[in-house]
Every structure is written in C-alpha cells, then in structure tokens.
Write a protein that binds this ligand. Sequence first.
Ligand code: PMP
Ligand code: GLN
Length: 383
Amino acid sequence: LVPRLRPFTSTIFAEMTALAARTGAVNLGQGFPDTDGPPAMLAAAQEAIGSGVNQYPPGPGRPELRAAIAESRARYGTAYDPDGEILVTVGATEAIAAALLSLVQTGDEVILFEPYYDSYAASVALAGATRVVVPLVEEESGRFGVPVEALRAAVTPRTKAVLVNTPHNPTGSVFTAAELAGIAAVCRDHDLLAITDEVYEDLLFDGRAHTPLASLPGMRERTLTISSAGKSFNCTGWKIGWVCGPAGLVSAVRAAKQFMTFVGGAPFQPAVAYALGHESAWVASTRDVLADKRNRLSAGLAAAGFGVRQAEGTYFVCADIRPLGYSDGVEFCYALPERAGVAAVPLQVFTDSPEQWKHLVRFAFCKRDEVLDEAVERLGRLR
Ligand code: PMP
Ligand code: GLN
C-alpha cells in the first residue's frame, strides 16, 4: 500500500458494522435507514430495469436526472445549467474524491472542519494535498459551532480549498447564517474554492432551513455543491450523487470522474429524477419522523446516563460518555457491543486531535422505533 493511504486501511463504519454483526448488537454505528424510500421511486427503478435502462448512461448523467437536480437546486435560488453545470456521480463520496483529485495537488492545503467525515481526509491524501484542520467548538448549549476566526487564521498562501459539510456529520450541527457568511467571507477574501457536502440538506429539524454556501454573495463562482439521493430518499445503497457548480469547475471534476467510474447506476437515475420531482411530501414527513426519532433516542440516552448533545439535523446525535464513568470513546465503542449489545462510533476517529474529542460518541437514530427502544433498554444496563 502506498504510504499516503496507509492511515486509511479500514473505515470505522465497516469495523463497527462487522463488530455489531458478530456480536448481535443493535447497530447505531453506521448511518443508514432501516426502512425503504418512497414506493413510487422503488417502482420507477424496477420499471427502468424492466424497460431496458441497463446500459451505460451518458457521461454527465441521464438528462432527466440533471434536469431534476437543477430544479431541486432552484428551491434555494441557485440556478445551474443541466448541460455543463451538473454532473451525476457514484454517490457524494465519488463527487468529493473527484473534486479533490481534479482541483488540488501536492503542495496545496485543504481546510476541513473537525470532526470531519472520514472520506475527506482520505480523498485529500489521495490527491496528494495536505489537510489543515479547524476544530468545531463545543458550545455551552450542546451545539457545535464554527469558529470563523480560527478558519481565517488557518488560511496560508498554500490554501486552495475549504470543505464545508452542513448539516454536519458526525455532530448533527446545522451551520447558522452568520457562520456561513463568515466562511463565505474567508473564501472570498483569500480567493478559495469551496467544496460543500450537503447530503443531509433535507434533514434539518425544528423548523431550520438549509442554506447552500453557493447561494451567498460571490460564492456561486467558487463553489462546488455536492449532494446525493441516499439520505433524502432512504436509498443509501443506490449511490446516486451529484455535483453542481460553474462549468469550468464541473468539467474538471468530470475529467477525474470519467476515469474513476465513468458512469454509474443507470436504472436508479430515472428513479431518483422521479423522486426529486415528486416526493417532496414524503421527504418532509420522513424528516418529521426523524426529528421524533432524534427526540426518542436523545431522551433514552439521557435516561441511560449519557450527556446528550444537540442534533439540529442529520441522522446522528452525539453523547458524552464521561457522566457514565468512561473517558475514551474508542475503547468505549469497541467494548460496547459485548458490554451492552449496541454499536456506536467514536468521534475521535474523525479528528486530528483525539484528546479533544475522546469523550464523545455518535449514535444513529435513523432506525425503526422498536430498534431505538431496544438499544436504549440495553444501554440502560450500563450504569
Ligand atoms: N458525506 C457525508 C457527510 C455522509 O454522511 C455520507 C454518508 N453517507 C456521505 C458523504 C456519502 O454519501 P454517498 O453515500 O452519497 O456517497
Ligand atoms: N455516512 C454513513 C455514516 O456516517 C456511513 C457511510 C459509510 O459506511 N461509509 O454513518
């Protein structure tokens, strides 16, 4: 294995899911829903397979999907030309990797907020660039905030790009208007590229609304906006993602993408196009159900003795293990399946400063109520 990939040999999600399977633990580690997406979307995929949509789709993605993506971005006031400004990818993961591989190189620095989704660090490393990490700040309220001045201070002459994920995995934080404005100002002042990961754009709770960074003044021309269907439509295994941005940047991403996978998921593309166009009511009700699940798991974790943090969006709630007498999230999560029959994920594996984050673990609440209840009952035995 080449040295730059050696720190990334296995993902925490694969490890925890395997451990959960081996021990029969309730898997609240890996974030994927345990119910299916809208039935008409599933039927559309079956219909596509039955009617012969089984060969390579066009390089940029099927036209009806690119049109539906453009329509979906229009709700935020950002317009993208389906021909040239939108590229369909194999999930957001490929879009992130292809964006970095095509736009940064050795000598460049890419700023990530920590904790960061694991593929960011690996993709920066694949591109040969260097990551510079800015820690989110754990606020008194239990939310995780963006330290804009620390971001500004992290910029050097080598900084090429900032990667921004909101709603944020793993903290569940939704960046505020002021935080986004601060990030945008830093990008404009230092002429930086912004790469945004908006895969949880539909999963914000308590009346919060999603604001894409690209919709802020002066940002469209310097931002690649990435999202995918997995989280919005409960189809994480379909791996249909996309990237939107100015034609020059998108064609760069396409140059890398065409030699990574060329294209992907032909019959899923019309189904996702259908869902984007017709399933907003399903998405809204799923979001409300998820907010209830967030409440259900948060209350259960609190009753079990954890220090529960705020989840403003996503599939995840973070919890402090110190009130239970534990201090190291990695040790805790590796022991938890045996000890309590539940799997969770430690935050420190998504950071460069494990000491600062080792008191926190992440639980996924995108599961059926009976699964959450079973997990909470098992965790109750920890005290
Ligand atoms: N970004 C974040 C923040 C995620 O949580 C995930 C996980 N599902 C992804 C990207 C990957 O998305 P996809 O499955 O579309 O590749
Ligand atoms: N995004 C999911 C999570 O954070 C997992 C995706 C994966 O297994 N790579 O749990």
